[in-house]
Design a protein around this ligand. Structure first.
Ligand code: PLP
Length: 399
């Protein structure tokens, strides 16, 4: 009479399934451009030097006590400065309710739970397409989802006019999920001018923007520049929500370190919101893990280590930008008649190649190249050593 007898295997996660298939393939030339984790030019995972140094400093000095329920105070302070600006009045005026979160995913989920608990009519408008886990997160939090236009398949860029129409036509006071930079999976971001228009329209409609910022620093190489979208909204006086993650920009994937923040009208409201976020976390995981928080606060709290981090982020972004150029050049040199301009126009970790699921299947079957069937290439998996092979394979299946 086991009650779980009827349980069927869960559908495979479209992203994690790619890695499984890659690992099972024994071909020597196999390439994994599926997973969204940075690799160096030898295809190896990277531990940043600033992280190694922070670990050296932490070793022996650390106790294993619980963090406060809201997480590490110094980590949160440094993290808010990254998103809101070093001299942000919102930080000075203590108007931001912020808690340490289980990386970007945990921050999104906590926000969704907060919406569900406190919004009289919770809903979220999600771009098409988006990181597939966004759908799972708001579904499991039982917040109804709507979508808005974002990507334009023909131009492989932003469908700005359709997006603006959706913003205008949504009921006043709607919640929107926005990727702060380096949109996943498309690599397509609004320009600064477009962000300004979006922000203005949000004002008119009284919409609430929730920024998922999983790639700050990864898009341009400069965390300040990548926060521009958020800063534009702040200049316009919006109250925003923000999910931050150190998975990509510090390479702390498995540490699960991030932050959820909500801008409030005053300090009193921020204290209340923070206490409610903690209340939501308490029965789920009680309080967040200590090690990643200590790494982050050690790095960002030290001018020299922070400088080293900024250089290393820039190094990662530049390698990716270089690989975009190399991939496009290779395709053009092979005589591909198609336009590959979008490879270098798009930004961040991913290139939305425009390949069809059938073309991706061919790449995998004939060339042992692994990626999600939506044609998303993780540029982090492209190296000097495999870019020629990858370009040739793409050329063969698209000609
Ligand atoms: N949001 C977006 C858009 C992402 O692409 C990712 C990671 O792929 C995340 C959030 C969350 O990642 P993590 O939970 O590892 O910080």
């Amino acid at each position: 009479t086991e009650w779980w007898r009827h349980v069927e295997p869960a559908a495979k996660d479209p992203i994690l399934g790619v890695t499984e298939a890659f690992l099972a393939d024994s071909h020597p030339d196999k390439v994994n451009v599926g997973v969204g984790a940075y690799r160096d030019d030898d295809g190896k995972p990277v531990v940043l030097e600033c992280v190694r140094e922070a670990e050296r400093r932490i070793t022996g000095n650390m106790n294993m006590e619980y963090l406060p329920m809201g997480g590490s105070v110094s980590m949160i302070h440094e993290t808010l400065k990254l998103a809101y600006g070093e001299d942000s009045d919102l930080i000075k005026d203590k108007r931001i309710a912020a808690v340490q979160a289980l990386s970007g995913t945990g921050a999104c989920r906590l926000f969704a739970d907060f919406q569900k608990r406190f919004s009289p009519d919770p809903q979220i408008c999600i771009p098409v397409p988006t990181w597939s886990n966004h759908h799972n997160i708001w579904r499991d939090a039982r917040v109804p989802q709507k979508t808005f236009h974002y990507y334009h398949p023909d131009s492989r860029g932003l469908d700005f006019s359709a997006m603006m129409d959706d913003i205008k036509n949504a009921p006043n006071g709607s919640f929107f999920l926005l990727h702060a930079c380096a949109h996943n999976p498309t690599g397509v971001d609004p320009t600064e001018e477009q962000w300004k228009e979006i922000s203005q329209q949000f004002k008119v409609k009284g919409h609430f923007p929730f920024f998922d910022m999983a790639y700050q620093g990864f898009a341009s190489g400069d965390p300040e520049r990548d926060a521009k979208s958020i800063r534009i909204f702040l200049e316009d006086g919006h109250l925003i929500g923000c999910a931050q993650s150190y998975a990509k920009n510090m390479g702390l994937y498995g540490q699960r370190i991030g932050c959820l923040s909500v801008v409030c009208e005053d300090e009193k409201q921020a204290v209340a919101v923070k206490s409610q976020l903690q209340q939501l976390a308490r029965p789920m995981y009680s309080n967040p893990p200590v090690h990643g928080a200590l790494i982050v606060s050690t790095i960002l709290g030290d001018q020299n280590l922070k400088q080293l981090w900024l250089e290393e982020v820039k190094g990662m972004a530049n390698r990716i930008i270089g690989m975009r150029t190399a991939l496009r050049d290779n395709l053009e040199n092979l005589g591909s008649p198609l336009s590959w301009e979008h490879i270098t126009k798009q930004i961040g970790m991913f290139c939305y190649s425009g390949m069809t699921p059938e073309q991706v299947d061919l790449l995998t079957k004939q060339y042992h190249i692994y990626m999600t069937r939506n044609g998303r290439i993780s540029m982090a998996g492209v190296t000097t050593g495999n870019v020629g092979y990858l370009a040739n394979a793409i050329h063969q299946v698209t000609k």
